[in-house]
Ligand binder design. Sequence first.
Ligand code: SF4
Length: 484
Amino acid sequence: MAHLTKTAYLAYTQCRKAFWMAAYRPHLAAPPDPATQRRLRAGQEVDVRARGQFPDGRTIPYRPHPEEMASLTAQAIAEGATTLFQATFHTADLLVKVDILTRTADGWHLIEVKSSTRYKPEEHLPDVAFQWYVLQQAGLPLAQASLMHLNGDCRHPDFSNLYALTDITAEVQVYLPQVAADVIVMRETMGQTETPVVGIGRHCRQPYACAYYAHCWQGVAGATIYDVPYLKRPTEQQLDTDGIRYVADIPPDFALGDKRAAAFVTQLRQQQTAVDADAIRRELAALTYPLYFFDFETIDYAIPTFTGCKPYQQAPFQYSCHVLHADGTLTHHVYLHTTPDDPRRPLIHSLLEHIGETGSIIVYHAPFEKGRLRELADAFPEHATRLLDMVDRLWDQLDIFKKHYRDYRFGGSNSLKSVLPVVAPALSYQSLAVQNGQQAQVVWEQMVGEGDTAVKEQLAAQLRAYCHLDTLAMVEIHRTLVNL
Ligand code: SF4
């Protein structure tokens, strides 16, 4: 029988079927995409670096058989080790490896290292509680459980406060009976030879995108009840019980409870479009030429890499800017940093050349660009006046689609990727190698580290094409709005 590990437990807490599939049908799991792999690598880096906080620590060496690692752990404890990394405990069918285990006067302190910047109970509590449960079963006297996470106040290059420790002993104690009950069901489930019957639902995407999503959702076409925003859980369960999967099948007299959920369903079912052309005209009247259609691409690092940056601070490495002049002419500017050093200063120099001192700066989801411009102003105060002036000139095209333009074909989203195919269908992201910001991060890291000039240029061209389309899309959407 497969071991009940922490990974298995976390899969179980999301979905019993996913837990069973991981043991019996692992070949049906989708491999992690490059963005997920990047996140996992960052997590490993954070974990390994955290060990530096414990100079007396001993790492339990990897062995293919966890029983051997458990023996080495027992031996290290018997020898008086004060801190262990990857301490392994195996009892009956339960198995865990602990990031950091350190001895205190009252017993052992279990420390789980996470690359997040705060304790997230819904994700981290089951994780740590399962480890505590197994260590307790193995007879280890425990005194404390903590989460060691990144500290959002840390600034590169001073890493003296890179980590923060949150004591969660009390929460873990309260959660332990839940773990005990779950282990019983996990054992029963693991004994089954048939796939557990679990329907699809929001749990397939939350808290993590399930690796079996493509398998379980095959054949599902059209908007489902799990796509309806603001739908309350009991209402959704009622629809589930009634065997209703698609929005189109919800009876017209069914009480959806929430007004926003009902509006979404009505719009979709009646294929409604609601465009307030007068309000849009009033919003557009606030714009002043030249119009700068602008978009940043950014890179973030769990452990900050550039001076003054905190964990996960988004440092811009690229922008695209289409400029629409009053006479209708359109010009384009781009900046792409192509080396792995800090891209911000040269990017600012380019930005100040390309964006003049008058004219509206049109972005899609202004808080993002606003935040980046303010961070650049903080980091490079000599340019703060011009950068903060740009903040004041930002105009958010997204607001039009939040307030005055709704279309059932947006599918309940008003992201640029959802709006573009409806409002300016001549443009499409479909054929691009880079299709979203996370992919852009992965490709940028590849590109700056690439030694082959031809490959590097190919990757750079992919990034330019993606960012170029983002701002050209805004131009085309603007033209459609003007012509309403
Ligand atoms: S896709 Fe959904 S139903 Fe299928 S295993 Fe994953 S969480 Fe469970």
